[in-house]
Ligand binder design. Structure first.
Ligand code: FE2
Length: 330
């Protein structure tokens, strides 16, 4: 089955706001995925699956998947063991892992990031041996590996849906894909909670790389977490206007109050394409003076190649974002 996203805007220069929560929930995990923005390095989707995967398994043969759990909880089941997840978890699933997901209930919202290169911890936080260094905002103890390996020694017809080159192929295995008694190695799915990301703060404004959580070929993933604002006596907490000439910037808003933005709510995306400078909305600088901290929670994806916009994205684009920098909007 051809599931290639339908591109609506190949060459985008508009800043956009997409309302992710307006995507209607669907029963099936794979059908509920809606690709919004993509290039040859990454594909960004949302999903609101109502049901657990009951009658098939899934394997992405092209991409590592990072599933960010915005709403919902449950268990990721793989042939290397299980990982329980809940709100705020990043589930990092290397390509080729056969998995299924069980949700505890029907109200689930996921941000899905497919990476066509491996997803790593940031290189500057690793030492020569690969260990995370002391100044890393998280450490190995925060990483939850698969546990409770379930060995299913069963024969029958087991459907595996395999995603490859924007096609969804169907394989039927004669034995259960989780017929595994043990494993060894360093390529395994894991969970990391955004709530365990320790923000790096400073007397003056810290640039966005302090929020970096993962790196991959052609893009980075960053976590904006509750933190102290800049504490120099004359610091203005709102970030500076900037010209993001090196990357398209996608922010996905999770929770809290988004200080630099007006009219932004949970589940919204903003896209600031490279080539067009941007900064806080009118009133945000004044509003930020004297503020000590923020409760904002957001995921940012900066892509070094421009993103294409899909038809699904245009359907949830409110079309008014460019307008939000005009003074009479606040
Ligand atoms: Fe920015």
């Amino acid at each position: 089955m051809d599931i290639r996203p339908k591109i609506a805007v190949e060459k985008n220069i508009l800043s956009r706001r997409l309302k992710g929560f307006t995507v209607a929930p669907q029963d099936d995990f794979l059908e509920s995925r809606k690709a919004l923005m993509l290039n040859t390095d990454v594909c960004i989707s949302v999903a609101a699956p109502r049901q657990s995967m009951r009658d098939y398994f899934y394997k992405n043969a092209d991409a590592d998947e990072v599933l960010f759990i915005h709403k919902g909880s449950g268990t990721l089941k793989t042939f290397l063991g299980n990982i329980d997840f809940s709100y705020g978890d990043y589930l990092v699933i290397p390509r080729g892992m056969i998995y299924c997901i069980e949700f505890k209930d029907t109200d689930n919202r996921l941000l899905v990031i497919e990476s066509y290169s491996p997803v790593y911890t940031p290189k500057r936080y690793r030492n020569w041996f690969g260990q995370l260094l002391e100044h890393s905002p998280y450490c190995e103890r925060d990483i939850r590996k698969p546990a409770n390996l379930e060995t299913h020694d069963a024969v029958g017809d087991f459907l595996i849906k395999v995603k490859k080159q924007h096609m969804l192929h169907q394989y039927v295995y004669a034995s259960h894909p989780f017929d595994v008694v043990g494993w060894d190695g360093y390529n395994y799915p894991y969970a990391f909670s955004i709530h365990n990301f320790e923000p790096i703060t400073g007397r003056v404004h810290q640039p966005p790389p302090v929020h970096q959580t993962f790196e991959a070929g052609g893009f980075v993933i960053c976590s904006f977490c509750p933190r102290l604002y800049d504490y120099h006596p004359q610091a203005i907490p709102a970030p500076y206007n900037h010209s993001n000439i090196d990357s398209d910037e996608v922010l996905y808003y999770v929770d809290g109050d988004f200080m630099s933005r007006n009219d932004i709510g949970p589940g919204h995306f903003t896209l600031h394409p490279s080539g067009i400078p941007h900064g806080p909305h009118p009133g945000a600088y004044e509003r930020s003076i004297g503020k000590k901290d923020t409760l904002e929670l957001a995921v940012m994806i900066d892509t070094f190649k421009p993103l294409q916009i899909t038809e699904e994205a245009l359907a949830i684009d409110d079309g008014t974002y460019w307008n939000s920098w005009l003074d009479d909007q606040h």
